[in-house]
Design a binder for this molecule. Structure first.
Ligand code: HEC
Length: 131
């Protein structure tokens, strides 16, 4: 988050899964575009992206940053339910865990549980830090 969201939303990064080589190529491309960091940073980022965003895996979502449409798509819930989740999230300034998410009024907890592997709570602040 520190190095990769300076120029674009994290959603661009998380829209697709790739192999480690694919992620390394993407990072190399970003460095050519002006991304800065040292080798350790970039190797951590490649590890992280390869682990959480491998190719042809189910799409995952950073619940604390995703839009209502992304949440609806990943959880396979209605846009209205996703909007309720986002409204509650923004009021709470983010979810710390799935338990927080289950407190959203009128949203089917079973549906959230069924897709819990797709949810990423870590690294989540409601808005990327301004830099
Ligand atoms: C200096 C600005 C900058 C930084 C920092 C940056 N990017 Fe990008 N990124 C871009 C631009 C510009 C595009 C659009 C490129 C295009 O349209 O070809 C982009 C597009 C992307 C894409 C879309 C696919 C693609 O290859 O175009 C991914 C994925 C991506 N960036 C990942 C990352 C990651 C991971 C990092 C952190 C290592 C990062 N970016 C940091 C400027 C940046």
């Amino acid at each position: 988050m520190r190095l990769c969201v300076r120029c674009h939303s994290p959603n661009i990064i998380l829209a697709s899964g790739q192999t480690r080589l694919g992620w390394e190529n993407t990072i190399t491309k970003m460095v050519r575009m002006g991304a800065t960091g040292d080798d350790d940073d970039f190797s951590d980022i490649a590890d992280y992206l390869t682990k959480y965003f491998p190719p042809s895996e189910v799409q995952k979502v950073f619940v604390n940053m995703a839009t209502d449409k992304q949440i609806a798509a990943v959880l396979e819930i209605s846009l209205d339910d996703a909007k309720a989740i986002v409204a509650y999230r923004d009021k709470q300034q983010g979810f710390k865990s799935i338990d927080d998410m289950k407190l959203v009024p009128n949203v089917d907890v079973k549906k959230i549980d069924a897709k819990k592997d797709r949810l990423i709570f870590g690294a989540g602040s409601p808005k990327p830090p301004a830099s």
